[in-house]
Design a binder for this molecule. Structure first.
Ligand code: ADP
Length: 436
């Protein structure tokens, strides 16, 4: 602005001097006419420059910016500078975007950007392969029109993405995918897919191997253990050493049988073709049965106390839950010194159903607790073996809990005792089921 007035000062002064001169030399009319003529020429000049600008603005990308005169020279120079800066800015942003796109395309995971309405905004080539998408045609499409598996539609609708979703047999390549959704920005979602076909194949091979080995071992073991028992019980066996050897052999074969049985139980629980068989379980009755079983297992060496606080029944698999609860009760007996107390409790707590076994036994130090459900993890190996443990009991409990969408919670104080609780969701309560 200052620059404008500096430039205008001289011509305006000259114009005024000329007008005053004409006024003195001739008269006021000549001076006014002179000024009017000058203003007319001046306006025509500016209109012409405006016309040039307007003409250029109709197609600024393809037309060269006009070279203005006087004040307009400065205006056009500023516009040229702005365009240049904008172009540079845009090129930098495009380069950054391309860079990001290249990096995302190089990811081994599939990436799909979804809008707030779950429409596809962009996907990388891996995602195109995983979901049979086409970035060129499918942008703007609702993802659920293209990925139509019911479990995916349900996962997307529930809006809780803490756990990944596993999708098997994805067409057309028959892939197994692990899918994760992440919220970001203004309600957009990032869908990340990982091909776990190979891992799943290896995991299936591992499960099959363990199941087959256990199965193959079972028959010979039963035969050996049967003969050992028979020999041991033979009245004609007089040799003491042989009797002791047979007693040891019998103990060890029984241990192996327990191990094989637990491995087979675990295999069954892991088998994807073995869905949960839900039935109505009268929990108070089951707890009473377990109470009797516990007393006989403990040889009445412990006080086993029943605490049935609700009559609610549970929806689940009787055999699986009986086995899981039995493992918890047998652990409580095995890890509680004689004379100790064990509480078997069934209660409703904050809408959840809770089965718990509390003991006054040896307890567990906090650093062991997170690892207890790992297979063969034992705090004290020899105590576990002496008491007939296989190291698989809590792994079985954890699997059974997972199959019932339940949570296993372990709390313990070393030297004072432990509590193992299984928290079942309210939807497994049978009265709730009847209401709905
Ligand atoms: P195990 O057959 O060895 O008992 P589990 O899987 O049932 O195997 O348990 C794993 C380990 O957890 C046990 O070896 C033991 O150290 C510990 N444990 C389980 N239950 C109890 C309990 N009630 N009190 C103390 N320790 C326990």
């Amino acid at each position: 602005m200052v620059y404008f007035w500096q430039r205008m000062l001289l011509p305006v002064s000259l114009l005024l001097v000329a007008a005053i001169f004409l006024w003195i030399a001739f008269d006021a009319l000549v001076a006014v006419l002179f000024l009017a003529l000058f203003i007319l020429v001046y306006l025509t000049f500016h209109l012409y420059q405006l016309l040039l600008l307007e003409n250029w603005l109709t197609d600024p990308e393809n037309r060269a910016i006009p070279t203005g005169r006087g004040l307009w020279e400065e205006v056009f120079a500023q516009i040229t500078k702005m365009i240049h800066n904008n172009r540079k800015d845009r090129e930098q942003r495009i380069a950054a975007l391309q860079h990001l796109e290249q990096a995302t395309s190089a990811l081994p995971e599939g990436v799909v950007i979804l809008s707030a309405a779950d429409r596809i905004e962009w996907c990388n080539p891996v995602a195109e392969h995983h979901f049979a998408l086409n970035n060129a045609h499918d942008v703007g499409q609702q993802i659920t029109y293209l990925v139509r598996q019911p479990e995916f539609i349900e996962y997307l609708a529930q809006q809780n993405f803490t756990e990944p979703l596993f999708m098997r047999g994805m067409r057309p390549h028959g892939l197994t995918l692990s899918i994760k959704l992440i919220h970001y920005g203004d309600a957009r979602k990032l869908l990340i897919s990982r091909d776990i076909t190979r891992f799943e194949r290896i995991e299936t091979m591992r499960q099959d191997f363990v199941a087959n080995v256990s199965h193959e071992l079972r028959t010979p073991l039963t035969v050996v253990s049967g003969f050992v028992e028979t020999l041991h019980d033979m009245p004609s066996l007089e040799n003491d050493m042989a009797r002791r050897a047979l007693h040891l052999m019998s103990e060890q074969t029984q241990r192996m049988e327990r191990l094989v049985d637990d491995l087979l139980t675990l295999s069954k629980l892991e088998d994807a073709h073995n869905p949960l068989q839900d039935e109505s379980i009268d929990m108070p009755a089951l707890l009473r049965t377990m109470h009797q079983e516990g007393l006989s297992l403990s040889g009445e060496q412990h006080q086993i106390i029943l605490e049935i606080e609700t009559e609610l029944s549970l929806l689940g698999s009787y055999d699986e839950l009986h086995s899981a609860f039995g493992n918890l009760l047998s652990n409580a007996i095995r890890y509680t010194p004689k004379g100790g107390e064990i509480f078997l409790r069934w209660q409703e707590q904050n809408g959840q159903l809770v089965f718990s076994v509390r003991d006054s036994g040896i307890g567990i130090s906090p650093d062991h607790i997170p690892r207890l459900t790992e297979r063969f993890y034992r705090v004290d190996k020899s105590r576990s073996r002496e008491t007939g443990g296989t190291g698989l009991g809590l792994a079985i409990v954890k699997h059974v809990a997972n199959r019932h969408q339940a949570q296993l919670i372990i709390t313990s104080i070393e030297g004072e005792g432990s509590t193992f609780s299984i928290l079942f969701p309210a939807k497994r309560s049978l009265l709730v089921m009847e209401k709905t």
